[in-house]
Write a protein that binds this ligand. Structure first.
Ligand code: ADP
Ligand code: MG
Length: 238
């Protein structure tokens, strides 16, 4: 397990700077949620932590290690996306083991990890199915399983439940909270859903146009938003 810290992190796409110097420390084992309007930089920040996007300025640390120049596959992170991106021709078990096998992990260890993840996610009966025979919630469970088998020190979630209907969203939110309780792994989670943010987060980071607007525990932000903007996302109506 590991914490994550960002120090004056910047991102430019061509001439346009979209992340303007973000400072943030996520404690080891903490559940931190990023919220903010579309285009404010939530995904870009996650992708920089994951190593899917170059860092234009500043420093990203995972645990003690500065990871700016570390390959995505060596950062100990695992990302879960809004679209599940499962391989349609592979079974659930194959989808979950594929990444590990590709990186040379041995077969017995891979199988052990896959069955442990299947147990945690309660998808054991689905292991021989192909994605098209799964519901949306089941697919997202498999996508999370694929992240779990990598035994990451940090989970990164980018709006993982946005494609699910309301009922499933609630169910999966409870699952993710349980997962965090069980694994105790650091999680950084992007959402635009206020309920998800309020119920999952140890701390919420409100982003606005590439800057951190406020960071705090859910009830702190709810009762004491720094400004109208934060109130619009999290605060109690007044
Ligand atoms: P969010 O996830 O909060 O909706 P993003 O991180 O996707 O926001 O985007 C932040 C900003 O960076 C937006 O202005 C977006 O248009 C821009 N951006 C994101 N990815 C790219 C890219 N590959 N090339 C150019 N601009 C990008
Ligand atoms: Mg996004």
């Amino acid at each position: 397990m590991a914490g994550v810290s960002l120090s004056d992190v910047k991102k430019r796409f061509g001439a346009a700077e979209v992340i303007h110097g973000v400072d943030l420390t996520v404690e080891d084992g903490e559940f931190v949620v990023f919220v903010g309007p579309s285009g404010c930089g939530k995904s870009t920040l996650l992708r920089m932590i994951a190593g899917l996007e170059d860092i234009s300025g500043g420093e990203v640390r995972i645990g003690e290690r500065v990871v700016n120049d570390v390959e995505a596959s060596d950062r100990g992170t695992a990302m879960v996306f809004q679209t599940y991106a499962l391989y349609p021709h592979m079974t659930v078990a194959q989808n979950m083991s594929f990444g590990l096998r590709m990186t040379g992990n041995d077969k017995a260890d891979t199988e052990a990890r896959v069955s442990r993840a299947a147990e945690v996610l309660q998808i054991e009966p689905l292991m021989d199915r192909r994605p098209k025979a799964l519901s949306g919630g089941q697919r997202q469970r498999v996508a999370i399983g694929r992240a779990i088998v990598r035994d990451p020190s940090v989970f990164l979630f980018d709006e993982p439940l946005s494609n699910l209907d309301a009922e499933l969203r609630v169910q999966m939110r409870v699952e993710i909270a349980r997962l965090h309780g069980e694994l105790g792994t650091t999680m950084i989670y992007v959402t635009h859903d206020q309920t998800e943010a309020m119920t999952l987060a140890d701390r919420i980071v409100v982003l606005r146009a590439g800057r951190v607007e406020q960071v705090g525990r859910p009830l702190e932000l709810y009762h004491d938003p720094a400004n109208q903007f934060v109130a619009g996302f999290i605060g109690s109506p007044r």
